[in-house]
Design a protein around this ligand. Sequence first.
Ligand code: BES
Ligand code: MN
Ligand code: ZN
Length: 498
Amino acid sequence: MDFSAITGDAGKRKTACAIVGVYERKVLGFGADEIDAASGGLISGMLDQGDISCKLGSAILLSRVDGAKCKRVVVVGLGRKSSFGRREYAKAVQAGLSAIKSSQVTEAACYLSGENTVNADAYYRGRLAAQALGAHRYRFNELKSKNKPAAPKLRKLALAAANKADGSELARGAEHGHGIAVGMHFTRDLANMPPNICHPTYLADEARALASNNSKLKIKVLDEPDMAALGMNSLLSVGHGSEQPSKLIQLDYRAGGDEDPIILVGKGITFDTGGISLKPGPMMDEMKFDMGGAAGVLGTMAAVSHLKLPINLTVIVPSAENMPSGRASRPGDIVESMSGKTIEILNTDAEGRLILCDALTYAQQFSPRALIDVATLTGACVIALGHHRSGVMGNDQALISRLLDAGERAVDRAWQLPIDQEYADQLKSNFADYANIGGREGGAITAAAFLGQFTEDVSWAHVDIAGTAWVGGAKKGASGRPVPMLVDYLLADLDSRQ
Ligand code: BES
Ligand code: MN
Ligand code: ZN
C-alpha cells in the first residue's frame, strides 16, 4: 500500500477516483465544492434532485465527471457536520472505499482526510485512513480451492490536506496506520485459521516466523517439560485432554535501551470445547477464535516490529487446546499453580484463567512496567458490553485509563468494569485457595478478580475481548481488535517519555 499527502484544487487533480463527502443539509465537504465547481454543479445538482444521500455511511460512485480532471468521483454521506468526529470519519472512509471495491480503480485521492473533525487531528485522519485501506483489502482465501473473492485493486491512496503542515501529519499518521493494518492482518490470519491447523505448535511456528523478520526480536518457546519444571501445573492441566502439546511462547522485542519492558499476555486456547464441562453444540466452531488474545498480542508485536518503534515490548502467549478425554481435568480436580496457590477446577470451561494465571506469574520475573493480559475470557463480558466495546479491569487506575483513552483515540473502544474485593470473595473454595469460577453473577468481573490474585505486586490490566475479537453471522471472521488500541497505548507511552 502506498500513501501520499496532497494539497491543491480537487477539480484540477488528475486521478482515477476522487473521494469526497457531503454533510447533511447539502453542505459540500472538503474538495467536493471544487469538483462541483469544475463539473458545472454535478454534485449539487444531484443533491437537489435527492439522488445523493448525506447520511453517514452511504456512498455513490459517479463516473464521467465532465469538467473536473478526475475520472470518477465517490460522494460519501458525512452526516451532521457538528457531530462529525473520528468515528464518523473512519466510517465515512470505509464507505468511500466500499463504493469502489469491485471497480478497476488502482489509485484514488481521498478528500475526506481534509475534513475538520471534532476530535481527530490530521495525524489520526491519516492513520485511520491507512487502517481503513488495510481492512478494505483484507481477504482470507488461503483455504478455498475455487471462487476466491478477488482483493480490491486499489493500492495507492493520496490523502488530501488543507495545507502542507497537515499534509506531513497525515503522512506520519498513514505510516502508523499502515503498521497497525499489518498487525491486524497478522491477527486476523491467525485467528481465522481453523483449529485443526492452528494448534499451539502452529502458533509457536508463526511467532518464530515473525521473530525471524527482525533482529531486535528474540523468541523462546517453552515445551511441556519446561513448564512442568517451572511448576505451571494450572496451565498444563488445560491441555491434558488434548493430543496437541501445550506451549508457552515468549517474544522479546528490545529497541528501547535498558528500560523495563511492557508485557502483553494473550490467551491462546486454539480450541475451547469446554473440556469435560462440555459446551453446547451450536456455534461451537467459533471457539477456534479463543486464541484471539494471543493473535491480538502477536499482531501488536507485528505492528511494533514493522514500525521499528524504539521501545521494549515482551509478548507472552500461553497456548493449549481444551478437549475432553480420559486424560482431561475433571470438575473437582485441584492443581497447584506456578505461584504456589492452589486452584479447585469446578468448571473445566473456565480454562482461560487457568493458563493465564501461570503466564502472569511467569511474566513478573521480567519486572514489567505494565502487565496487560488480553483474552476472550468470558461470555459474561459479551452479555455486559455486547460486541462494541472490550471490557477493561485491573489494579492500576492510571494504566486502565491509558488503555481506555487509547481505545477512544484508535476507534477500538473499551469500557471499564469494577473489580472490588467482594467479587474476589465469590471465588472461595472449600478445598483449595481459590475456585476457578465465581458463579454466574458478574462473571466477567470474577474472572478478572481471579487473575488479580496472581498480579498483586505489579501494575496490571486485563482486557476481555470475548465480544470484540471476531464478528459472527454472515460476515464471520476475526476483527483484528484490540491491535489498534494496544498500538495506540504503546505509541502514547512512547510519546510521554520522549
Ligand atoms: N472462551 C470462553 C469465553 C467465551 C464464550 C468467549 C463465548 C466468547 C464467546 C471461556 O473459556 C469460557 O468458556 N468461559 C465460561 C466461564 C464460565 C464457565 C465461568 C463462560 O463464559 O461461560
Ligand atoms: Mn471455556
Ligand atoms: Zn475459553
